[in-house]
Design a protein around this ligand. Structure first.
Ligand code: FAD
Length: 483
């Protein structure tokens, strides 16, 4: 179908207002990328202000055969918001209202463009907060969190986005506006809410979200454990969980991350450390003291150079500032990084990190390791320079090798960043043909012409046969048990 943009653009302008339709190539450039390495220019961008406007835009695109890509803040790390096939990008950044806060029932209804941290800031006066806390929480939107089923440091104890979303208002491909789930904890019938969460914008556009809010804990203590060796820090993580302790967060950074973060934000991490663990414990004051003591006891078994604790919010924030600022700080080490997102059983962390070190030594590309270690969720960042011919391809190849390694040791392809464009060719490593068929058949039942975010999640087939051979080899080797 040939697109008649001379007709489509005025139709979109009539719905959202002329100033909220972007179509000049020089203006579209800011929408060509997210936080991944992928880039593609959309054909047109519209910024709707309500579910009704989203619905009208969807109907226009549907009639015109334009693919639709929803976009939050564009911080995604797997290419989800990149309009690979062009089309209409619906940017949700005008839909930023917190529509309702029900303090008694601890539920809020928000629009998808609400920035994650803003919700917790707004409800803190009621002693409440929104638990999913991606490290990008100062920028990323709750709509994006829903689409990616995002996690964050504190998801170890509290669960990821899906555990905190009760219901969604969505716009389907025919423009219909419906609620799935609701404000109650249980709703009968198929869990369409659960299917849409994590579907990366491929099934529907989310226009309202009913979220659970949690009561702020009575006490919080943050512990920094410094190790000279990465292996000791990894073993301490297994030790903590093995001792039956589930802190709110266990984050880990290796030497490269520490040096970059320290230079950028001066969080007070000691120079020359091989790894640090940030462990946060929260709850009732007495229980927190006991748990911190237990964590310290375990860490002491693995030769720490130093253990520090902070209770004061300013000191705690300082310890966290290094962790939260580390990705930006990597820019001090190289012009680009490819952040890989895989998860392994915690008992395989030592082995996996040592093999990643081997990959770095063999290829000559530095890899900085940042982990939501308590979940076994690794973020090795391959440092490269896209201006050097072949560097991007090499980084992508290394990223693929790390993902294969994660699956081989019994882990999964993504901890939290989704599949998007980045990992679609690796899907057959984890899923059988039957699994993939079911997922592929589910999609048309939401949108017969796959209008939402086409080209994402499912493999394009380019390198499928190689990957299937690898998958068979991994299956023969037998993955470890997931803990
Ligand atoms: C520095 C940094 C740190 C990060 N840390 C974490 C972390 O700790 N944990 C984590 O999980 N992720 C993390 N991320 C990744 C990213 O921030 C999350 O995936 C986040 O949820 C994306 O939100 P966004 O608003 O930027 O979405 P976008 O990048 O704009 O979009 C992401 C996906 O959501 C879809 N989408 C967006 N809005 C809607 C909607 N309303 N309806 C339907 N689909 C929609 C898009 O189509 C796309 O597929 C990090 C990223 C960066 C850059």
């Amino acid at each position: 179908m040939t697109l008649d943009m001379n007709s489509i653009i005025p139709q979109l302008q009539a719905v959202v207002g002329a100033e909220y339709v972007i179509h000049k190539p020089e203006d579209l450039i800011v929408f060509e990328y997210d936080g991944s390495v992928d880039r593609a220019l959309p054909t047109v961008v519209a910024l709707p202000d309500s579910a009704e406007q989203v619905s009208e835009c969807v109907k226009i695109a549907e009639r015109s055969g334009l693919p639709i890509v929803a976009r939050g803040a564009g911080t995604g790390l797997s290419g989800g918001a990149v309009a690979e096939h062009g089309g209409l990008v619906l940017a949700m950044t005008r839909m930023t209202r917190i529509l309702e806060v029900d303090v008694e029932n601890r539920v809020a209804i928000v629009e998808p463009g609400v920035v994650n941290l803003h919700l917790s800031e707004q409800v803190s006066k009621h002693g409440l907060y929104f638990a999913p806390d991606p490290s990008s929480q100062r920028a990323c939107t709750i709509g994006g969190n829903v689409a990616e089923n995002s996690g964050g440091p504190h998801c170890l104890a509290y669960g990821v986005t899906t555990n905190h979303v009760l219901g969604l208002e969505v716009v389907y491909a025919d423009g219909g506006i419906e609620w799935v789930g609701g404000i109650h904890r249980e709703s009968p019938g198929f869990d369409l809410r659960g299917i849409i969460i994590g579907s990366e914008g491929t099934l529907a556009i989310v226009t309202k979200i009913a979220v659970r809010l949690l009561r702020q804990p009575e006490a919080v203590k943050t512990l920094l454990a410094v190790f000279s060796e990465l292996d000791d820090a990894s073993a301490a993580v297994s030790g903590i969980i093995g001792a039956g302790i589930v802190p709110a967060a266990i984050e880990m950074m290796d030497e490269l991350c520490i040096s970059a973060a320290e230079a950028a934000v001066h969080a007070g991490y000691p120079e020359g450390a091989g790894a640090v663990l940030l462990v946060e414990v929260d709850g009732l004051a007495e229980a927190v003291e006991e748990e911190v003591a237990a964590v310290e006891e375990v860490c002491n078994l693995y030769d720490p150079l130093e253990i520090r604790t902070a209770t004061d919010p300013v000191e705690r924030e300082k310890l966290w500032s290094g962790r939260k600022g580390v990705l930006g700080a990597l820019g001090r080490l190289a012009p680009n990084y490819l952040l890989v997102d895989g998860t392994v059983p915690r008992t395989r962390l030592v082995e996996t990190l040592s093999r990643i070190k081997g990959i770095s030594e063999r290829t000559g590309y530095p890899i900085a390791n940042l982990l939501h270690a308590g979940d076994g969720n690794l973020h090795p960042s391959v440092l490269f320079d896209e201006r050097k011919p072949g560097d991007t391809e090499a980084a992508l190849k290394i990223g693929g090798e790390i993902l294969e390694l994660c699956v081989e040791v019994g882990g999964v392809l993504s901890g939290e960043h989704g599949i998007g464009l980045e990992k679609q060719e690796y899907m057959p490593l984890m899923f059988t043909d039957a699994d993939m068929d079911v997922m592929a058949r589910l999609r048309p039942s939401f949108s017969t012409n796959n209008i939402f975010n086409p080209g994402k999640i499912f493999p394009t087939g380019a390198s499928c046969s190689d990957i299937r051979q690898m998958a068979a080899a991994i299956q023969r080797a037998g993955p470890g048990a997931y803990v």
